[in-house]
Design a protein around this ligand. Sequence first.
Ligand code: NIG
Ligand code: FE
Length: 403
Amino acid sequence: MNDLVVTNIGELLTINNHAGDRLGIVHHAALLLHDGTVVFAGAERDLPAAPGIERLDAGGALVTPGLVDPHAHLVFAGSRANEFDLRSQGKGYVEIQQAGGGILSTVRATRAASDEELLTGTLARLDRFLRAGVTVVEAKSGYDLTVEGELRLLEVLKTARARHVVDLAPTLLAHVPPPDADRDPFVRRFASEAIPQAAARGLCEAVDVYCDTGAFTLAETRTLLEAGARAGLLLRVHAEQFTHTGAADLAATLGARSVEHLEQLALDTPIRLARAGTVCNLLPGAALTLKLPWPDARRLLAAGCRVALGTDCNPGSSLTESLPLMMSLACMQLGMSCEEAWLAVTREAAHAVNRPDSGRLTMGARGDLVIWNAADHREVPQHFGVPLARTVVVRGRVAWTEA
Ligand code: NIG
Ligand code: FE
């Protein structure tokens, strides 16, 4: 049996959505986890007697649900530090990509790497996510660009998921058209073979298409997403990052679960996304790295959209596992409140990855929690760029604790 009591919590975020308090804050709180699930979350004075159970004293600190990252490119090999340096001296991301670098340079390194090498890199990234307080990560394939190769990357993710405590929500990504194959036959094979096979083998829960200049057209994106819907997968779209393509409107029309980036948003799109219930995964790490305009979080929130935050962890446009840093950027540059930033990495991100038992600490929730080196939830986005997680519990067991 795996039982745990956490006592002496100064501030607990249950994400309980009380009227007027969407974070469900409880002071002087305690938690009781039974078999990896929350069975009590509330004021410490109401904690049921739990003799003989492992106890964790939070020392008056902030305790929150484990964070959920709804957008990461987790499995890849190689380094693009050289491009980072070139970009810092003014070269453009799309310019580098069109010269055969960028995503294609990671594709070459990934194709050349063994399963074991890819697994080692993926597990190391998951260790860094865990230390940042993240317990669920959406994980995309996308750096092989062949049908067989993309399925291999999903197999690596499946092994990583079995080996690591951090939960993965795998996504098959149609990233860019391969330079070494004809475009139309590739789209047809991706739709008729990669997507149905990945779904039938249980290798992914979602399909994602990158629609932009240098990636897939709007018509190709529709073909691929419709194949995903036929295979029963959740739909995601990398939309409106560099150029406005109409992909976010397509996402709303097809009832996509999430839409990513949105730096170049058209005026009437937010209301369509709000009506569709599509989660807007904002990725400030990519906007920061590529010097893109910040996504307009305020316009999305004002229209009633669901807004989540992701790291976009990838070797090119956002090399980070720090979801707390994305919260800082959201508060400092996107005009989001601390409350909105917390909801964006808990409830909203959990909905984006279809994990209704994550991103909250209420009865029946998964026992994933973080004890922070902070007393107040606003300190986490305020204190930026340094790791503040003290102890991370996954399914009722301590998975990591600072030395
Ligand atoms: O989400 N926008 C496209 N794909 C990734 C970048 C991938 C890369 O540069 O390797 C993104 O930003
Ligand atoms: Fe991405």
